[in-house]
Design a binder for this molecule. Structure first.
Ligand code: TXA
Ligand code: MG
Length: 322
């Protein structure tokens, strides 16, 4: 890992590193972000590995201008208004993903939505402009640790799990961006942050708070991940005679007699498997079969997050989730 004070040369090198698939931490006006090229599933998978995240939370996509985001998500009237008032700045907006969006499925954990933000920090904007790709970035800390507001915090928390840190001094905000979901009828505040509830209500008229209404289940479950329609059987070593299943395989030793096979990584590479996971789930779920069978995946490194996701996908449905 290297730390460099931000200047034109350092930003150009950091942009090249991002395009190459490296992880680059950079300052925003809220907290330091751990950035990866959002179009590169493997680079995005490395974010989860570096953070030691036990599950795949969807990530925020950062770009330097609203117009860049138009290529990935659909802006309706309320989104235009929020962008006008709060961007660049500490507001993240969840919007419907465009069908042809060049953003890795892992970024939004298989959801049909993407969270987008235009940060205000000049170093972040220069880096995003130079990268010329959407950048997925969670806060640049190990999972469960405090969000970093200096380059030193990032270095202490992530160490060599991050390739480069661009030092732009301490973040002014120190608190994450506010996350609002505009994909439903009523705008829904998913995470409080630097932009206040009152400011959002002034701009939108009506804002619901996640977790406060009867229709809403547990907070945190709101970002309900993609749930397959087909039943899922885990830790599968062999086909069941008479049952038509599509197989999510992992590694070189694939059992026979499945109707269709999609291998997350024929070499047994967990980073590659994480990058493939959601696209594979979607593809298998579209098959005309009785269910999806999943081979065992080692419970180490990214395998922990992969298995967490698969266990949720296999769990009985409670009804109201989408
Ligand atoms: O200030 C910030 O927002 C920082 C800087 C780096 O931009 N980033 C950050 O990212 O805090 P992270 O990953 O720690 O938090 C992202 C939040 C999570 O609560 C996640 O569930 C939500 O945004 N989120 C992301 N994509 C979503 C989606 N498609 N639908 C619903 N929620 C989403
Ligand atoms: Mg965080």
């Amino acid at each position: 890992m290297r730390i460099d004070t931000a200047n034109d040369k350092v930003i150009a090198e950091a942009a090249a590193a991002l395009r190459h698939g490296d992880l680059v931490a950079f300052p925003t006006e809220t907290v330091y972000g751990l950035g990866a090229d959002a179009t590169n599933g493997r680079a995005v998978a490395r974010i989860f590995d570096a953070k030691g995240r036990p599950s795949f939370n969807p990530l925020i996509v950062h770009a330097p201008e609203i117009d860049d985001h138009r290529r990935y998500v659909v802006f309706e009237e309320r989104a235009e208004r929020l962008a006008q008032v709060f961007w660049p700045g500490a507001l993240t907006i969840v919007l419907p993903r465009r069908e042809n969006a060049d953003v890795a499925d892992l970024v939004s954990a298989g959801l049909p939505t993407i969270a987008v933000r235009v940060p205000a920090h000049p170093v972040a904007r220069d880096l995003l402009r130079a990268t010329e790709r959407p950048v997925a970035a969670p806060s640049a800390n190990r999972s469960g640790a405090i969000s970093p507001t200096t380059a030193a915090h990032v270095a202490a928390s992530l160490g060599d799990a991050v390739d480069r840190i661009v030092d732009g001094g301490p973040c002014d905000g120190g608190l994450e961006s506010t996350v609002i979901d505009l994909t439903g009828k009523t705008p829904m505040l998913l995470r409080p942050g630097l932009v206040t509830f009152d400011a959002l209500r002034d701009a939108l008229g009506e804002v619901a708070v996640a977790g406060s209404g009867a229709a809403v289940t547990a907070p945190g479950m709101l970002a309900s991940h993609y749930a397959p329609d087909l039943p899922i059987r885990l830790n599968v070593h062999a086909a069941i005679p008479g049952r038509r299943e599509a197989l999510m395989a992992f590694g070189p030793d694939v059992p026979a007699h499945f109707d269709m096979i999609r291998n997350l990584s024929p070499t047994g590479d967990l980073t590659a498997a994480a990058a493939e996971l959601f696209a594979a789930l979607h593809a298998l779920d579209r098959q005309d079969v009785d269910g999806i069978a999943v081979m065992p995946i080692p419970e180490t490194g990214l395998g922990i997050a992969i298995n967490d996701r698969l266990r949720r996908a296999a769990a009985p449905r409670s009804g109201a989730t989408t």
